[in-house]
Ligand binder design. Sequence first.
Ligand SMILES: CC(C)(COP(=O)(O)OP(=O)(O)OC[C@H]1O[C@@H](n2cnc3c(N)ncnc32)[C@H](O)[C@@H]1OP(=O)(O)O)[C@@H](O)C(=O)NCCC(=O)NCCS
Length: 322
Amino acid sequence: MNLQLSTPPRPAGSRVAGLGHYQPPTVVTNDDLVARGVHTSDEWIQTRVGIAERRFATDETMLDMAVAAASKALANSGISPTEIDLVILATCTGKQQVPGGAAELASRLGIPSPGAYDLNAACAGFVYGLNAASNAVLAGHAHTVLVVGSEKLTDYVDLMERGTGIIFADGAGAAVVTASDRAGIGPVVWGSDGDSAGAITTDPATATLRQEGQSVFRWATSTMGDVALRACAAAGLEPSQLAGFIPHQANLRIIDLIAKKLNAPNVVVARDIITSGNTSSASIPIALSKMLERGEITSGAPVLVVGFGAGLTYAAQVILAP
Ligand SMILES: CC(C)(COP(=O)(O)OP(=O)(O)OC[C@H]1O[C@@H](n2cnc3c(N)ncnc32)[C@H](O)[C@@H]1OP(=O)(O)O)[C@@H](O)C(=O)NCCC(=O)NCCS
């Protein structure tokens, strides 16, 4: 028997149609952390990490922030919730293991019975989600997909521990991905290093996040520059043709070292970590959404996103701004 099954019609391309973000209103400065009793200083944090302040969720849950960011992305895209047929929620800070949050997120947004799943690639999660969304569209399995990166890291960080409590923060960012007559989302360059899985983990007893800061720093600065260059090449662009570069917002020194490797001085580099801290999977869509809002990037301009984090995992791709 030589059966051939039907496959859905495929569009020529996929594109990002809209972005949105949400950050909780509570601002926590470095001096606020010192006042809480953390053994650190504003000078140390600004010099070694680049953070001046961050946002902590007080009343909001991870899902509340996801709903707020996604609502803005939908409004900015001009696409109705009823047109979404797949929802991907990238998070590593869901409140419980079961169920995942994507189906409830869809329900709260008024999206009727879409495909829905959570994705955990930690700080690389949004870029993995964007690629999964694009692939679903290109294969004809979905026409329009909502991708959200949302994290409430303060649920998983010992805020008195100076190696992690000064770095991580809360927030959400979202994108609407839809079918297009030309390619607006470039090929992904991705990978992982499971031998280094222990570099960023949650303690099984306390569920508190721990990291080997120096080895993560070395890994990110020694490998992500090449990943960024390969993602440009895969999209058929020179780095100098980019309008913006949005790496995961982990540490300002990491951002600047990867940007140096990119060697494209006229490209606008996201440095949202200064006022937002590290919001894991949310950091890239928050930073990108804010760059668009400020008019630093215009619609249709190519931008490079590079996510990396626990796993260890990474993913990078060029997209055209909505
Ligand atoms: C965590 C990180 C900020 C630490 O910075 P670092 O420059 O590597 O600092 P070290 O751990 O080497 O510590 C240097 C000194 O500062 C001290 N120190 C560490 N954290 C401190 C803090 N928050 N405030 C003040 N001093 C601190 C250490 O105790 C050490 O003191 P010593 O020299 O007297 O022993 C940095 O390694 C980093 O950002 N790594 C990447 C982590 C990351 O990006 N994780 C997320 C990936 S998604």
